[in-house]
Design a protein around this ligand. Structure first.
Ligand code: SF4
Length: 356
């Protein structure tokens, strides 16, 4: 039996070619809108397509979507969704509301996964302990955003405002699917979200950062730095042990990216007690980030059992910030959200995948 084509993993051009084998060009546009603007995942609901075309869709195509298996809501109203893929593996998505003082919504951010597990093996990360299992398709990434948006509209009375690729996986290692999902999320006949509200976060794959600089859709770039010295960074992030992705290569790619795009970069820096949170670390970090227009986001780490890292104290955090501010570094602090649920990246899915 011939395998069915998963239409949700096709690019716009591929979808058009597939449709035009039997139909006129405008049918591809109609189908695109059903899939990406209306989020329809059943051919029977595509009522303006002729019967003969729908029969072909049933016979030759499929829509590999994701299925909700668990939902957790924290007291701060952060929501974590656990989804099953058609492969049977699990991923997680997080919806993070940010409220104004009067209780109205300021921002609604969706944190999406791009892979099941991750090959990067960062030693402080729950997902990194799973190893790499599978790449998500563009459709599986898009559907996390679509479903989070449905939840947001129903429970928060508001549409999502921001998307961050900071869930499970290294987005740059599933580059085509990530870019494919962004195309559908931002297309006028797709979900029509603003590209400047989308952030792709990477562990620092220098070659891919340079490639991203030339993409036509202008998204934001975040880079997980976590240590300003090669030796320290290599000890927690194996990616740094290779010459083509060590700090020198990474900074070179960031300078290239900011010059090419005219956009700044956001550095993510997890504060680990007694490891990377001294004033000397802050001083070295200042020097590094001065190389290109940037901001530093200090993250208060959500400890993961058994990994041996703990969150920096407020005292260390304040001294660290003071040193950065002295050097005119633009700095923000991200407090952990959803601490009463399995909050750290990958924790919930790891539990389900390996039955911890
Ligand atoms: S921190 Fe990101 S890149 Fe590192 S192992 Fe975890 S998911 Fe992968």
């Amino acid at each position: 039996m011939e395998l069915k084509t998963d239409l949700l993993s096709l690019s716009r051009t591929e979808l058009r070619e597939w449709v035009e084998k039997t139909e006129k060009k405008f049918r591809a546009d109609q189908l695109y809108r059903w899939l990406w603007s209306h989020g329809v995942r059943s051919f029977d609901e595509m009522t303006n397509l002729p019967e003969s075309f729908r029969t072909r869709l049933h016979q030759e195509a499929e829509l590999k979507t994701i299925t909700l298996t668990q939902l957790q809501q924290a007291t701060d109203r952060t929501v974590k969704f656990l989804y099953s893929l058609r492969s049977g593996l699990q991923i997680e998505t997080v919806l993070i509301p940010d409220f104004q003082d009067d209780g109205t919504i300021n921002r609604l951010t969706v944190c999406v996964s791009s892979q099941v597990g991750c090959a990067m093996a960062c030693s402080f990360c729950a997902t990194g302990q799973m190893g790499f299992l599978e790449n998500l398709t563009a459709g599986e990434i898009f559907d996390q955003v679509w479903k989070a948006n449905e939840h947001a509209e129903e429970h928060f009375g508001s549409r999502i405002s921001n998307i961050v690729f900071m869930g499970m996986g290294e987005p740059m290692l599933n580059y085509d699917a990530v870019l494919g999902s962004i195309e559908k999320l931002t297309a006028k006949d797709g979900m029509c979200l603003a590209s400047r509200r989308i952030t792709v976060s990477t562990v620092g794959l220098a070659g891919k950062i340079k490639e991203l600089a030339h993409e036509p859709i202008p998204v934001n770039l975040a880079v997980s730095l976590h240590a300003p010295f090669d030796e320290k960074r290599s000890s927690i992030m194996p990616v740094n042990r290779k010459a083509k992705t060590d700090l020198d290569a990474l900074m070179d790619s960031i300078v290239y990216y900011t010059r090419t795009t005219g956009r700044q970069v956001m550095y993510e820096y997890c504060m680990f007690q007694g490891f990377n949170d001294t004033v000397a670390d802050a001083a070295e970090l200042s020097k590094l980030v001065a190389k290109a227009p940037s901001k530093v986001n200090l993250i208060m780490y959500n400890p993961v059992d058994g990994l041996g890292f703990s969150q920096s104290s407020e005292k260390s955090l304040n001294s660290f910030i003071a040193r950065l501010v002295e050097d005119r570094v633009r700095v923000t602090v991200r407090r952990s959200r959803g601490q009463d649920i399995d909050a750290a990246c990958g924790q919930l899915a790891v539990k389900h995948q390996i039955g911890k």
